[in-house]
Design a protein around this ligand. Structure first.
Ligand code: PRP
Ligand code: URA
Length: 209
């Protein structure tokens, strides 16, 4: 079973409170999603492999370390995952970026895929899938299934708010995937929204409702 990490750093929890508030407008909401994603990315990349290198400082030679290999690819799930991209790319600017377009059918709550473009060298990369909301888990499970077909080295999932139902389903469907979330909420309502949650993440990021 993959590890589940709830990133409960005080800065993340404070920003999450602002994010949940219905009075927070799109401009601030977007900024907060990016900042939380950046802080969470710090945790999610903690185990990246390093290798020793030798460099010259202005006064001497230093044996020091850099991240080894082809490194990372981020894959946001459209649309709301896009809101996390600025934050993670601020930390890892050389990462490759793939995109998976999915939306939940409002009646069945099943994910419907409409786009998938992944880096060609994904087999040599560690992938972090990004989506702020893990509700039923259907979207994350489907996205990870698509990515696995292309054989990346490892896959992690980074969300902001998870419902117990979605977390459970994702752990069962992809037990090899490490999961990072800033909060584990109470439950889903009858329409598949997370309670207390933050509402519709895509609409709040892009101001579409
Ligand atoms: C939201 C969210 C996730 C999905 C989570 O996207 O960003 O992708 O729902 O729900 P699930 O865990 O039950 O699959 P939505 O379908 O609203 O699409 P959007 O981001 O384009 O608005
Ligand atoms: N998608 C969202 O954006 N919010 C939820 O609460 C559930 C799914």
């Amino acid at each position: 079973m993959g590890n589940v990490t709830i990133t409960n750093h005080p800065l993340i929890q404070h920003k999450l409170t602002l994010l949940r508030d219905k009075n927070t407008g799109s401009k601030e909401f977007r900024a907060l999603v990016g900042e939380i994603a950046m802080l969470m990315c710090y945790e999610a990349t903690r185990d990246l492999p390093l290798k020793e290198v030798e460099i010259e400082t202005p006064v001497s030679v230093a044996k020091t370390r850099v991240i080894s290999g082809k490194k990372l690819a981020f894959v946001p799930i459209l649309r709301a995952g896009l809101g996390m991209m600025d934050g993670v790319l601020a930390l890892v600017p050389s990462a490759r970026v793939g995109h998976i377009g999915l939306y939940r059918d409002p009646e069945t709550l099943q994910p419907v895929e409409y786009y998938c473009k992944l880096p060609t060298d994904i087999q040599e990369r560690e992938v972090i899938v990004l989506d702020p909301m893990l509700a039923t888990g259907g979207s994350a499970i489907d996205a990870i299934t698509q990515i696995k077909k292309r054989g990346p080295k490892t896959i992690k999932f980074m969300g902001i708010i998870a419902a117990p139902e979605g977390l459970d389903a994702l752990c069962k469907a992809h037990p090899d995937v490490d999961i990072f979330c800033a909060a584990l909420d109470e439950k889903l309502n009858d329409h598949g929204y997370i309670l207390p949650g933050l509402g519709d993440a895509g609409d709040r990021i892009f101001g579409t409702k």
